[in-house]
Design a protein. Structure first.
Length: 132
């Protein structure tokens, strides 16, 4: 088993005892991303629309660092503090990921870190395997 830690400055630094992602052979397990701007480590302004877009951008940066893209995600988990935002997630997601879409779960939760409205984690299969 080839296991490596994936890290990029183009996504928020881990704020705890975890890695942005772990790559095992060609499978990449991406940690949850919230709407932190990687440069300022502050939550983006602009409401839930801006939060969702930032989360997809953060996930994209980690996917890229692991040798793939959002299109290579095979499983996406979405956590929302308000499930009425789910149609907006679908709309924004379609501008980041094209068909075939990944398997997906959406879960309503009482609260998320730093008071954000959305968090996502994912599993990606990289197109090619190489060491960083």
């Amino acid at each position: 088993m080839n296991k490596e830690i994936i890290s990029t400055q183009l996504a928020p630094a881990a704020i705890g005892t975890y890695s942005q992602a772990i790559k095992v052979d060609n499978t990449v397990y991406l940690s949850g991303q919230i709407a932190l701007d990687p440069e300022t480590m502050e939550i983006v302004e602009g409401g839930i629309d801006a939060e969702i877009r930032r989360v997809f951008s953060n996930l994209a940066a980690v996917c890229d660092a692991a040798g793939g893209s959002l299109q290579d995600i095979v499983k996406l988990n979405i956590y929302l503090t308000d499930l009425s935002h789910f149609p907006l997630v679908n709309e924004i997601m379609s501008s980041f990921i094209q068909e075939p879409y990944p398997a997906r779960a959406a879960v309503g939760v009482a609260a998320l870190p730093k008071g954000v409205g959305v968090e996502m984690d994912a599993v990606m299969v990289a197109r090619q395997h190489y060491s960083v």
